[in-house]
Design a protein around this ligand. Sequence first.
Ligand code: UD1
Length: 350
Amino acid sequence: MIVAGARPNFMKIAPIVAELEKMQVKNTLVHTGQHYDQAMSDSFFEELNIKLPDFNLNIGSDTHARQTAKIMEAFEPIVTEFNPSFLVVVGDVNSTLAAALTAVKVGVKVAHVEAGLRSFDKTMPEEINRIVVDHISDILFAPSQDGVVNLKNEGLLNKTELVGNVMVDTLTQHLNSAIKRPIVSELGVDRYGLLTLHRPSNVDDKEVLKDLIEAIIEISKTLQIVFPCHPRTKDKIKEFNLPKTIKVIDPVSYFDSIALQSAAKVVLTDSGGMQEECTILGVPCLTLRDNTERPITVSEGTNFIVGNDKNKILSTFNQVINKEFKASVPYLWDGQASKRIVQSLVEKME
Ligand code: UD1
């Protein structure tokens, strides 16, 4: 059984579900409904050709406790009845935590894909989800060596397997189709930077958001900015008078996001996945956070951690904007991670 719930889960489950089907492993797909808009969910299933979920729990948005609790309550009878050999959960969203916690409590073994990532910042809800899920899971599929080290430090090495990054499986499989998407020409932009912002720590605090927007406005004086805006952020930016040089658009599909990232001169983001995608695409990424759970994108990739300080953002922008970057491929980010994961699960079922 495999569970997904929120936007960053969908590109991670796609290659795993495809590999399960290819290997003729009977599988049940459960969508929690944490994300539900066409742009936040359905478009990913359509583009990535993910089979329709066998169950949709239709949970929707709520506070952390209520969202997690509702998923657990709705998921318990399903996981109990199906009693799968394994529950596979991916990433670090509330759906990941809720499903993993429910399954271990009814005696179902849990495999966590993207295990071991740590920002060491417990103010991030995702960090709490990562720590808890890793500690209750039976198999920890780590995407990179830094994840293995973190898991070792937490006494979890005996459950850990380094398998590579499933996000990269999806990216390499779909890159050629994605870059053919006409979104860049349709937006009428040529040279541009891509901005995304959705972390509560950036958008829920008015002062922080104000500083960030000021830095972006400054950058947009020399480089057009395209800003696909997450629903969480939409309301919050209404009170800012954004210049025309910042083009705010609705959230984009996976293919459009890859097309926009590939052709961008720079990406400014607080997303985790985009830090990885930029590394593979060779596009400089300014991460608008004080830390990252994906340090390999800094040490081996194109990522710069700039936080939300205006001066730091502007000076790093000036450093990277006219520099050439090369795509890099960290160890095992080779498009084969889902194969390794399914192979490992199948061996354990035999
Ligand atoms: C969630 C994840 C975060 C991930 C992000 C990607 C957790 C704790 N957070 O944050 O790790 O990076 O998804 O998007 O799981 N909304 C809609 N339509 C939707 C979904 C949400 O309009 O389809 C709006 C709702 O107003 C909701 C808000 O967005 O209140 C936030 O959604 P929620 O799922 O709570 O968290 P995200 O900020 O999306």
